[in-house]
Design a protein around this ligand. Structure first.
Ligand SMILES: [Zn+2]
Length: 91
């Protein structure tokens, strides 16, 4: 079995914006920037997204905190980090 870094048979590989770990998109947690703010849990939502390691019930707090602190999240979402607001996904 090859363990390449790009596309695999299991699906696309994405990089966590917190710790830069590469993993299958299915194993990561996506956040999406929408007009009302950043939606957590938007794996199936359209729009500009960023990927974070998954923890139980949501994105890894370590990775999320790091991504916010370093500005990597804002950069990935092409947003001003001061203007990043959070809203819960309805689905
Ligand atoms: Zn991570």
């Amino acid at each position: 079995m090859a363990t390449g870094e790009a596309e695999t048979k299991k699906g696309p590989v994405r990089t966590c914006v917190g710790c830069r770990r590469k993993a299958l998109a299915a194993e990561l947690f996506r956040v999406v920037l929408e007009p009302g703010g950043v939606v957590v849990g938007g794996n199936r939502r359209p729009g500009r997204g960023a990927w974070l390691c998954a923890a139980e019930g949501g994105p890894s707090e370590d990775c999320l905190t790091r991504a916010i602190r370093t500005g990597a999240l804002a950069r990935a979402l092409r947003a001003d980090r001061k203007e990043l607001r959070w809203q819960a996904a309805e689905d």
